[in-house]
Design a protein around this ligand. Structure first.
Ligand code: PLP
Length: 411
């Protein structure tokens, strides 16, 4: 795409060949807002309020506690887990929905470190999403291990005979850099170590095929590209062969082989549900399932294909109209996820000014403007308009007025 030549009409022409022409209508998107933050909190699917209302009134209200059986509340973590499994190239019975990504990471990492107790190192990436670093550091300290945090391009060399386990985000939350999941996993296996992949920025964003890539362990978010709602439950994946060896450090009753026997002694469930802890959050699960069901209708390769075109247009327009911003995301599609980041020394104030004009992206300290590319509901026209508004903010200097506004948002 020629950079200076992209017009609003060009963008609209691209929208007319959208592979998902009607998908945008499946989401509630307020008028006057260009939502480029679906990689942080996905938009609300139109179906969700009705599904949650039915779970509350129709199920909880009418069937009360019988709903655990009558409406299969008890099966929700595994049922939604199986749906997620089919999105990421895992098998039924290998994914369970529970807790938050942070807690799931803690559970998997602790189990793994205990299995590999003769090894010293937990390897991770410097500048990873903080929760991954904090959890890895905490678990390493609990078990007398050494945390080895290295830059992204030194991960492979850092994995060696002393490595007990590796914790990595598949797609980096700031830059969108995507690790080569297969080669890192193979390197780990070659030295007898295992990787836990955090798929928070890849599920529903880039095609995943965990079995083909040899991946054995993963966690990920429900509230980003899966559109499961604020604080939606997260998921964890353990390849079937590994499940019998892995014991959750949180021995809750829901992970028991027979929770309703109310035994004093803990016996882990035979399968992935041993990684459940407490009672599943049914209302949140109902919202998550609505988001997952939507995502299941979409071909993940076509989705990422559109994401690539959105990215390219964004990058080209920025180079032409906002040359003071430095692209920090990889320009090759196979090396990135589905967001785009630009560095600018005044990024915070500029993002505040953008949000004030209805373009919702994210600021990531110290100097990054981050924009989520969610092809189900973002149009090419939205990208064009967003860059046009940004160019206007820069030309008029209105961002200076937003310098002291403080906007706090989660993740
Ligand atoms: C890569 C990554 N991992 C984990 C999390 C946080 O997960 P949770 O809040 O479910 O613990 C985030 C949140 O943005 C994230 O970007």
């Amino acid at each position: 795409m020629g950079s200076t030549a992209i017009t609003l009409e060009d963008a609209r022409t691209l929208d007319r060949s959208d592979p998902f022409p009607h998908r945008r209508q499946s989401f509630c998107l307020p008028d006057g807002v260009i939502y480029l933050d679906g990689n942080s909190l996905g938009a609300l699917p139109i179906a969700t309020p009705g599904i949650v209302a039915d779970t509350v009134q129709g199920q909880w209200g009418r069937s009360l506690i019988n709903s655990w059986n009558d409406h299969d509340w008890i099966g929700a973590p595994a049922r939604i887990g199986d749906k997620i499994a089919s999105l990421i190239g895992a098998h039924p019975g290998e994914v369970i929905v529970a807790d938050s990504t942070s807690v799931n990471l803690f559970k998997l990492l602790t189990a793994l470190v205990q299995m590999n107790s003769d090894r010293r190192d937990v390897v991770t990436e410097m500048g990873n999403f903080p929760t991954d670093l904090h959890i890895a550091d905490g678990v390493a300290k609990m078990f007398g291990k050494r945390l080895v945090a290295v830059p992204s391009n030194q991960i492979v060399e850092a994995i060696g005979p002393d490595t007990a386990t590796i914790v990595l985000c598949h797609v980096h939350y700031r830059t969108a850099f995507r690790h080569d999941i297969k080669s890192v996993t193979e390197r780990a296996r070659a030295v007898g170590a295992r990787v836990i992949w955090d798929l928070s920025h890849s599920i529903g964003a880039v095609p995943l095929d965990l079995h083909a890539d040899g991946v054995e362990l993963a966690v990920g978010c429900g509230y980003k590209y899966l559109n499961g709602g604020p604080g939606a439950p997260a998921f964890l994946y353990i390849a079937r062969d590994l499940q019998p060896e892995m014991i959750s450090p949180i021995r809750g009753w829901m992970g028991h082989a027979n929770p309703f026997a109310f035994d004093d002694a803990y016996v882990p469930a035979p399968g992935i549900d041993r990684f459940l802890a407490g009672t599943p959050p049914i209302l949140s699960l109902a919202a998550l399932e609505a988001g997952v069901d939507l995502m299941l209708e979409v071909d993940q390769h076509a989705l990422f294909g559109k994401s690539q075109r959105l990215f390219q247009m964004f990058a080209d327009l920025m180079a032409a109209r906002c040359p003071d911003f430095a692209l920090i995301s990889p320009d090759r599609a196979e090396h990135r996820g589905s967001h785009i980041g630009f560095a600018h020394p005044q990024a915070s104030a500029i993002m505040n000014a953008l949000i004030a004009q209805g373009v919702i992206g994210d600021f990531r300290a110290p100097d990054v403007l981050r924009f989520g590319l969610t092809p189900l509901y973002i149009r090419f026209e939205d990208i064009w308009q967003a860059v046009d508004i940004l160019a206007g903010i820069m030309a008029s200097g209105t961002w200076r007025l937003a310098q002291h506004a403080e906007i706090k948002r989660v993740t």
